[in-house]
Design a protein around this ligand. Structure first.
Ligand code: SAM
Ligand code: SF4
Length: 338
């Protein structure tokens, strides 16, 4: 069985940021069609033959572990629809016992697999749920699966995961009018609900009119409740959480547009075909796929990553001020991996 490399050297970019988090897209396919993520006209899926095998993925995880990366988030597309996904989690955890695995999922398969997933070593779950209204759920995901997600969330809560959070993309005129329902949901379920500011990606028809900032949402909440920020020491954290006073509810924000966290960004993303994306919003990728498939040694792959990470840009532009349009030749979110 392969063995996981130990931490040899840090991976540092040109802006003195040391990479500590890697997100891996295990498939670009999905069983939902969220309109903010998946372009209406469809996408060119990565051909199956180009998708990294489990052995190739495990090799990359081991290489990144040698850079001191111990947090890996599995995502997609929808990670749980990759065949034998639980087996992948189990293999990663047994080959690299010191890594901490988390996952972002739409929750549709959780009822079936949550128990095995937890036993296999998955620690933390982010479950996406943009609305608490079944009809609106259909409108945004184009699928009638609201009850399936709720069932999956309840199942996951009955198990021993370290952390479960709910993610909702904040969409003006769509789900922000449900803010007090989300507070009630968080209070009753004990789950933190985090609003992700709506970001522009190729083909997702982002318009500033549909965008609502963290501050605007907080102002709405403050009309009814006092809120207290929960302090955090972690500078690279992407989210800020608030306790809703007088309740058990916690509402978080990933304010990637209004309060971008680029300055302390310590993340990289591995795409389904095994290239390394240095930022969600820059089309720059370190082309590892060909190296991996053409028999490159670990040393060659390590050098390519060290060189490529120097190209990680300082930060993305402010999407609101310059009427930002994502580069036309860039990928949509579903192909990048969230
Ligand atoms: N399928 C899984 C899911 O939906 O949770 C994982 C992949 S999805 C691309 C990862 C995260 O990105 C989800 O929380 C999703 O809501 C978020 N996302 C997708 N498009 C987005 C956008 N345009 N702006 C902000 N967040 C987005
Ligand atoms: Fe699929 Fe997740 Fe994108 Fe929705 S946000 S289309 S569930 S990948």
């Amino acid at each position: 069985m392969a063995k996981c490399s130990h931490h040899v050297v840090d991976l540092e970019d040109s802006h003195q940021r040391i990479i500590r988090n890697v997100r891996i897209s295990v498939t670009d396919r999905c069983n939902l069609r969220c309109t903010y993520c998946m372009p209406e006209e469809g996408v060119d899926w990565v051909p199956r033959s180009q998708i990294l095998t489990f052995d190739e993925l495990i090799r990359l995880v081991s290489i990144f572990h040698s850079f001191g990366v111990d947090k890996f988030r599995l995502t997609g597309g929808e990670p749980t629809i990759r065949s034998n996904f639980v087996q992948l989690v189990q293999s990663l955890q047994s080959i690299c016992p010191s890594i901490r695995l988390s996952m972002t999922t739409n929750g549709l398969k959780l009822y079936e697999i949550a128990e095995d997933l937890q036993k296999a070593g998955m620690r933390k779950l982010n479950i996406s749920l943009d609305t608490l209204d079944p009809q609106k759920y259909h409108d945004i995901t184009l699928r009638d699966e609201f009850d399936t997600v709720i069932r999956g969330i309840k199942k996951a809560q009955s198990l021993d995961f370290e952390e479960i959070k709910i993610n909702a993309v904040a969409l003006k005129g769509f789900n922000i009018e449900e803010i007090f329902d989300f507070i009630k949901f968080s209070d009753e379920s004990g789950l933190e609900v985090r609003f992700i500011e709506f970001m522009p990606f190729s083909g997702n028809k982002w318009k500033v009119e549909n965008y609502i900032s963290k501050k605007e949402i907080l102002d709405l909440i403050r009309q009814e409740y006092q809120v207290t920020e929960i302090p955090s020491e972690d500078k690279s954290k992407t989210s800020v959480t608030y306790q809703i006073e007088g309740t058990k509810a916690r509402i978080g924000f990933i304010a990637s547009v209004s309060e971008s966290f680029c300055k302390f960004c310590n993340r990289l993303r591995i795409t389904t075909e095994g290239n390394v994306r240095t930022c969600l919003h820059s089309s720059h990728e370190i082309p590892l796929h060909d190296l991996i498939r053409n028999g490159a040694s670990d040393e060659e792959i390590i050098s390519a990553i060290q060189l490529g990470v120097k190209e990680k840009w300082e930060g993305h532009p402010d999407f609101r001020i310059i009427d930002y349009k994502p580069p036309v030749d860039d990928k949509s979110m579903i192909l990048i991996g969230g």
